[in-house]
Design a protein around this ligand. Structure first.
Ligand SMILES: Nc1ncnc2c1ncn2[C@@H]1O[C@H](COP(=O)(O)OP(=O)(O)OP(=O)(O)O)[C@@H](O)[C@H]1O
Length: 244
């Protein structure tokens, strides 16, 4: 579903991503962990084209976003981007739109379906995240956990093939993380393909099929949760995991 090869990215001449390679298979849940500043968000942002990479290849569902450092045509890129749903740390809901309007905006603009079908899907997805009674609320009236569940439902409206999560619970009070992680676990059970940047090691252990450990712009090691958490090979991984 996703293949990243030899991806490099510098900011102001400083290498931030140093030629990384990894893949996410269909129906797989992959957790991307690592210290702050290791480049995890930059990778996710590159996948959704909020950052441009300097070199390498990114393939999404068999099509290239970028190949040998050269980006695909804008029209192709737009098509490829529709396959991705992204959930940010800080929700990024439109404050002036209701929950329903937040969910319906992108599919309506993209003319993904009829208005009735979009509206029906909106109700179904809000039910799925337990917020069917907040259809007409504005984001300011919701708790952080509710906002993040709305953000997940909004990303699902476009029927993505791959969901990307960038530390979805790290801006939440501890008592609100559970409700968001439950929604993500449900998605994983339904075989949604997911790449999750997270500091929630318990979640990674329980839900991920594979865990990738990143440090200083490099992938240090990857493996099943058992391999990585119980028997890390590299000193850098051991040092990082000791903090948890
Ligand atoms: N737009 C930018 N301009 C300059 N430097 C940037 C920019 N975006 C990120 N960086 C730098 O790139 C490095 C990697 O940042 P990134 O946010 O990808 O790390 P991260 O692993 O996601 O960290 P965190 O867990 O804190 O979110 C950091 O040193 C950061 O300061």
């Amino acid at each position: 579903m996703l293949r990243v090869t030899n991806v490099k990215k510098s900011f102001d001449g400083e290498p931030i991503i140093k030629g990384i390679r990894f893949a996410v298979q269909k129906n797989e849940v992959v957790a991307l962990i690592g210290p702050s500043g290791s480049g995890k968000s930059t990778i996710l942002r590159s996948l959704v084209h909020l950052e441009t990479i300097d070199d390498g290849e990114i393939y999404i569902d068999g099509e290239y976003l970028v190949k040998n450092g050269i980006y695909n045509k804008p029209k192709e890129i737009r098509q490829i981007q529709r396959k991705l749903g992204m959930v940010f740390q800080h929700f990024n809901l439109f404050p002036h739109l209701t929950v329903k309007e937040n969910l319906e905006l992108a599919p309506k603009l993209a003319k993904l379906d009829s208005e009735e079908a979009i509206s029906e899907r909106c109700v179904q997805l809000l039910e799925k995240v337990g917020l069917q009674n907040r259809l007409d609320a504005y984001p300011s009236k919701l708790s952080g956990g509710q906002k993040q569940r709305v953000a997940i439902a909004r990303a699902l409206m476009m029927q993505p093939k791959l969901m990307l999560f960038d530390e979805p619970t790290s801006a939440l009070d501890p008592e609100l993380t559970g409700e968001v992680l439950t929604v993500m676990k449900d998605l994983a059970k339904e075989q949604m393909t997911m790449l999750v940047v997270t500091h929630e090691m318990a979640f990674a252990k329980e839900v991920a099929d594979r865990v990738i450990f990143m440090d200083q712009g490099e992938i240090v090691e990857e493996g099943t949760p058992e391999e990585l958490f119980e028997n890390p090979k590299h000193e850098r991984t051991k040092a990082f995991l000791k903090r948890y």
